[in-house]
Design a protein around this ligand. Structure first.
Ligand code: BTN
Length: 325
């Protein structure tokens, strides 16, 4: 009911809506309306109340509330269910728990802040409270374990498209799934999953995008290698619009992947990729390998020509481009 009242106030934004009108439209009592308006105010919505005039929505808070994300979201599945936390350890951990309990495909877990945000290769993912975008999506793809890396690659293409659409920032992909602007990291993707034998039970696709945070909010050790959308375009970016654009682009690519396989996605991925045909070091748990990046295979593996002329194939790892310094 809270969301229905909010939608009525939004549709009549900045105008007064009488309590009697809301009661009539929702067929509920005045007391019920009053209680829900109180809850909305507590959640940060600035709603004025005037005797005889009713209620007026003055300002929507900058939180990633489910009602804001789902309003006008043009997807069939992704983000139709959103779970919001002001503070959570890690949205990936919360999403994995929900997946184990059978949450619906496409459920999104979003947080304003993470206390133990997880990055790739055991690293910590830093974010500024209420400024960045941190969310995880629950998926149940019918794929084999070998196809898992393709999900993070299609996700990063969707994010690059969304970033371009929402704030005209042109980012580039560094294999496998980092998004960079001028060599500085804008976004990271962490895919986690559970499987039995070779059957994937669930996938959690975690996405962290630096949106409105600024250099002083980033730890010194990552400052020179990090950027945000606000730093790039000089103004605040709507986090809600960005999440919606990511979900919409992701759903289209996810459906295309199911219908046509990975080849068209990998073609698209290559057009956004900035880590091709250049010298690089690939760090893996087995060791570091230096050479020349030839490109990626049709299944998404990195192909590195090493100094002895052999081409080594990588399914995972961390790439440092020689130009990164
Ligand atoms: C990377 O190291 O590049 C991947 C970073 C992924 C961070 C996101 S933020 C939302 C989700 N929850 C987590 O704990 N991590 C991912």
């Amino acid at each position: 009911m809270k969301d229905k009242i909010l939608n009525i106030l939004k549709a009549n934004r900045s105008e007064w809506t009488s309590g009697a009108d809301i009661c009539r439209r929702l067929a509920v009592s005045r007391t019920a309306i009053w209680k829900n308006i109180k809850n909305l105010k507590q959640a940060g919505y600035n709603i004025e109340t005037q005797h005889r005039l009713g209620y007026r929505l003055v300002e929507i808070p900058d939180f990633l509330y489910p009602a804001e994300i789902t309003a006008g979201l043009a997807t069939k599945c992704l983000g139709q269910q959103v779970i919001h936390y002001h503070q959570e350890n890690s949205t990936n951990e919360a999403a994995k728990k929900l997946a184990r309990q059978g949450a619906e495909q496409g459920t999104v877990v979003v947080a304003e802040q993470q206390s133990s945000g997880k990055g790739r290769m055991g690293r910590h993912w830093h974010s500024a409270a209420g400024a960045d975008v941190l969310f995880s999506i629950i998926l149940y793809p019918e794929i084999s374990l070998a196809e898992i890396p393709q999900i993070s690659m299609l996700a990063v293409v969707a994010i690059a498209k969304a970033v371009e659409k929402v704030c005209a920032v042109q980012a580039g992909i560094k294999w496998p799934n980092d998004l960079l602007v001028n060599g500085q990291k804008l976004c990271g993707v962490l895919v986690e999953m559970a499987a039995e034998a070779d059957r994937v039970r669930y996938v959690v696709l975690g996405i962290g995008i630096n949106v409105n945070s600024l250099p002083l909010q980033w730890p010194e050790e990552i400052r020179s290698k990090t950027t945000s959308l606000r730093a790039e375009c000089g103004q605040e970016v709507s986090r809600v619009k960005l999440i919606q654009a990511v979900l919409e682009a992701l759903e289209l690519l996810y459906d295309q992947w199911h219908q046509q396989g990975f080849a068209p996605i990998s073609k698209l991925w290559r057009t956004w990729c900035v880590s091709q045909h250049c010298p690089a070091t690939v760090k893996t748990i087995q060791g570091n390998y230096t050479g020349w990046i030839e490109g990626v295979s049709d299944s998404g593996a990195l192909l590195l020509r090493m100094d002895d002329g052999r081409v080594k194939t990588f399914l995972s790892g961390d790439v440092s481009l020689a130009v990164d310094g």
